[in-house]
Write a protein that binds this ligand. Structure first.
Ligand code: ZN
Ligand code: ZN
Length: 406
């Protein structure tokens, strides 16, 4: 019988030697008895998610780990954010990430409209009544965030952001990055869209109320991150498996949803540092029965890498490790533990450094490595692999893989 597959993605786990950690990485410095046990009974290596030196985003990183070529399917973040908040997106459509912002006398005073928490549903309804002469949908998301989908024909996705990414200036009218009919059309449409959001939102009762209580009005919508919705064959077709994902952040949920996976919502799984790791592990265990494959993403490592906090990253790694105790009694399963990219505390952002990877399960050819970290992995039996190969390796181990040839 085929075994189950689990990919545990420790988002941004990989790091670089840190001076104040005596030249060790946070993962090398952390006490991780459970991860080390998995490493000892597993096969170890390091992994270039996309290619050596290529710096992955969380979206392109997860695409690669699910076996897709991000250079084929990725044009921008918008479509994955849209799918991540549950919108139905179709190939050919163009999606944008958006913010509600505040504009006064033609200048942006707040790119997040005071991190507005209430009334965005009503504001979105007003926005959706705008006549653009083309079919579109705007959907509000958490706080000041939202997503815009353009549904017309002949649209391009290579246009600049309307969001200027700073305050004290006017918004930037979108321009085509590639000068053709399709991209010109998209630029014209979203310029008109933005102009009309200012007209329609400035006098909206929700904003009048906000202003009278001293809050910045949410009187403009700022699109950015245009992307064409790609054609993506689902994993069921590509790999013949039924998959599900557990993730705190919409972007990763969106990638998995577009790969045809179910999304399992776990109460307390936030994508923040407060995420309930125990609940995530329990969620994996109670759902694995129904699927061939579960991908679970834990985000905290990435946040602390971006913030440049080595000691806090160590603490979060140790917190994860304690919870892995509960994974040990799972049987008939192959577990890969790795990252979608490195987020070194010294870089305060993503880097192209490979991530450590281990694969644990009954019949892996375990090696001499007995510690899960960036440098120990280099001595393991997996050597240095690509992200796109991880799922194939797991499918083969779990006896789900299909033979190539006769
Ligand atoms: Zn990531
Ligand atoms: Zn990140």
């Amino acid at each position: 019988m085929a075994d189950k597959i689990l990919m545990l993605i420790l988002d941004g786990i990989g790091d670089r030697p840190v001076k104040e950690l005596d030249g060790k990485t946070p993962l090398e410095k952390a006490k991780t008895p459970n991860l080390d046990k998995f490493a000892e009974k597993g096969v170890n290596g390091i992994m270039d998610t996309i290619a050596p030196g290529v710096i992955p985003g969380s979206d392109t990183g997860h695409l690669a780990l699910l076996g897709y070529d991000p250079y084929d399917v990725y044009t921008g973040r918008g479509p994955f954010e849209a799918a991540g908040i549950g919108l139905e997106v179709k190939p050919g459509q163009v999606a944008f990430r958006c913010n509600f912002g505040t504009i006064e006398d033609g200048k942006l005073t707040d790119r997040r409209a005071g991190r507005i928490k209430e009334g965005t549903e009503e504001l979105a309804e007003a926005v959706n009544n705008i006549d653009l002469g083309v079919d579109f949908h705007f959907q509000e998301a958490v706080e000041h965030r939202g997503v815009l989908i353009l549904k017309g024909q002949g649209l391009g996705a290579k246009v600049t952001d309307i969001d200027p990414h700073e305050t004290g200036v006017g918004y930037h009218p979108a321009e085509p990055i590639v000068d053709d009919k399709e991209n010109k059309k998209t630029a014209e449409i979203i310029n008109e869209f933005t102009k009309k959001t200012v007209e329609i939102l400035s006098d909206h009762p929700i904003n009048k109320k906000r202003e009278s209580s001293g809050k910045p009005p949410a009187n403009i919508i700022l699109p950015r991150g245009a992307g064409a919705v790609p054609e993506m064959k689902p994993l069921s077709e590509n790999k013949g498996i039924k998959g599900a994902a557990i993730a705190g952040i919409p972007l990763v949920k969106g990638v998995c949803r577009m790969a045809g996976m179910d999304i399992i919502d776990i109460e307390g799984a936030t994508g923040g540092l407060d995420t309930d790791i125990e609940a995530i592990i329990k969620g994996i265990k109670s759902n694995i029965e129904n699927y061939d494959f579960i991908l679970a993403n834990i985000k905290g490592f990435d946040i602390l890498g971006h913030d440049g906090l080595p000691h806090e990253k160590i603490e979060f790694i140790e917190k994860l490790d304690e919870n892995l105790e509960h994974l040990k009694d799972l049987e008939d399963i192959y577990i890969a533990i790795t990252g979608d990219h490195s987020t070194p505390v010294t870089v305060k952002g993503h880097s192209g450094d490979p991530s450590p990877i281990l694969i644990h399960g009954e019949e892996v050819r375990w090696d001499e490595v007995a510690k899960f970290d960036e440098r120990s992995g280099t001595k393991g039996g997996l050597s240095r692999i690509y992200g796109k190969d991880v799922l194939n390796i797991l499918l083969d181990l779990a006896k789900i893989g299909e033979k190539f040839g006769a």
